[in-house]
Design a protein around this ligand. Structure first.
Ligand SMILES: [Zn+2]
Length: 450
């Protein structure tokens, strides 16, 4: 029996009800045991005491959109062509610890290199690796048109985090295969970039194919999450029965109506775009893209605010795992973006990142709130996230992380990671070195007289 008494903090319980100052919380055997004035009287001699006066006590954050197996690549070439399964597994285990230390006690990792997500989930659950509670998918299903990696996705078979499914039988078999190997979710890429078509992503699945995926997965008690970066894809995904929609970019009213009617949940994942729009100039993002990303956030957020008002559940997801969103750094930025762009209150943003996240973890009613009987994933924060939700992004302010009723070591330094020479390919040139670029007019002129 392990128990912890968190004493005297201001409790935000994750349900959306008002914060309660001076509320004691007793955790016992991995669950929330007693709240309020009875808690101190229910301790035993071995109960650990965590003083939280002047601090906030709240549920651990749930990040519903991560890519922990990707290892922070700068692009798809690095991701698809410069990794081995063994090295990626070790890198994923190394990174998992950083997630937990950032106050994220649960993640959904829906598309993974090899089957690492499922194995990492099990390694964490069995105590081999320290990390957040996970729910995992396998490879994202794609049609032959591919996803965001264009022609880097082979016409058939697996490429990196993707698998191309052609025809009904192949779809059904692939879903059954992934379920056999332990996935919690099936991920589909409903939009993709077609290299010969200019402009944003286009829908690359038809509704019958989407229905096949949803029906097959649902029959086997497995949920479906879809990448939808335009309006038609969001509409069709909702109508086909997709449970959770990532991005929902540029949704129009018809698509929103379909989402409301179907009861799908939304995880917009503004963070990756926000990082590019705000800081891309510091990391070499093409300047003309910065405004495009900002516009996508603004246009989408304005529409999604209507869905929020209509009661659609929103989840917080950061797309952590790329070089633009390194592990442990940006998970809580989505809350800031919900407040800034969608007009949520800080409390609504916290509910999105706690109670609502339980849906991604397939643990609704068990996880994400601090009510008696719930799983004891708890943060103690030195600050008031209701006043400024950005305090949750500052690891110095997350003074205690408790997962499953056990305190996580957040102080022993994690060994620093250095890049292996073979992790990335160095560019030889950003453009062709023509003679006119290399030589000056004078050089060329002089040579012409030799
Ligand atoms: Zn993603």
């Amino acid at each position: 029996m392990t128990s912890i008494l968190i004493r005297g903090g201001t409790l935000i319980d994750g349900t959306g009800s008002a914060a309660r100052p001076g509320e004691d919380v007793l955790l016992r055997d991995g669950r929330v045991a007693v709240l309020g004035s009875e808690a101190a009287a229910s301790t035993d001699p071995d109960t650990e005491i965590v003083e939280a006066a002047g601090r906030t006590v709240m549920p651990g954050l749930i990040d519903a959109h991560t890519h922990l197996t990707f290892g922070e690549p700068t692009g798809n070439d690095e991701l698809f062509n410069h990794r081995t399964e063994a090295y990626s597994s070790m890198l994923s285990a190394y990174n998992a610890r950083k997630v937990l230390r950032a106050g994220v006690t649960s993640v959904l990792d829906a598309d993974c290199l090899w089957n690492i997500g499922v194995e990492l989930r099990d390694a964490i659950e069995s105590g081999i690796v320290e990390g957040p509670r996970m729910r995992a998918g396998g490879q994202a299903l794609m049609t032959m048109l591919g996803g965001t990696a264009g022609r880097m996705i082979a016409d058939e078979g697996r490429t990196g985090y993707a698998t191309v499914v052609t025809g009904r039988d192949v779809m059904v078999n692939e879903i059954r295969r992934q379920i056999k190997y332990g996935v919690d979710w099936i991920k589909i890429m409903v939009t993709g970039l077609i290299p010969s078509m200019k402009g944003p992503e286009v829908k690359v699945w038809n509704i019958d194919e989407l229905r096949t995926v949803c029906d097959t997965a649902h029959e086997l008690n497995t949920k479906v999450v879809a990448h939808c970066r335009n309006s038609d894809s969001t509409r069709d995904a909702a109508r086909a029965g997709v449970d959770l929609i990532y991005h929902a970019s540029y949704v129009d009213d018809e698509a929103l109506e379909a989402v409301v009617e179907a009861g799908s949940a939304l995880c917009p994942t503004f963070t990756l775009l926000g990082n590019l729009a705000d800081y891309g100039a510091k990391i070499g993002t093409a300047p003309e893209l910065l405004d495009v990303f900002r516009a996508e956030i603004e246009v989408t957020a304005r529409q999604l605010a209507k869905a929020h008002a209509a009661g659609v559940p929103f989840l917080a997801g950061s797309e952590t795992g790329f070089a633009v969103t390194p592990v442990g750094e940006w998970h809580a930025r989505e809350l800031e973006m919900f407040v800034e762009y969608m007009g949520m209150t800080p409390m609504e943003a916290i509910v999105a990142a706690t109670r609502n996240g339980a849906f991604a973890m397939r643990a609704e009613g068990e996880l994400g709130t601090l009510e008696v009987g719930r799983i004891a994933d708890v943060l103690v924060v030195d600050g008031d996230p209701l006043r400024d939700v950005r305090v949750l992004q500052d690891r110095e302010r997350i003074v205690e992380v408790i997962k499953d009723g056990r305190r996580v070591d957040i102080t022993t330094p994690i060994p620093e990671r250095r890049q292996r020479a073979s992790d990335q390919v160095r560019f030889l040139a950003a453009c062709p070195l023509t003679r006119s670029l290399a030589l000056t007019e004078d050089d060329l002129e002089r040579l012409s007289h030799v």
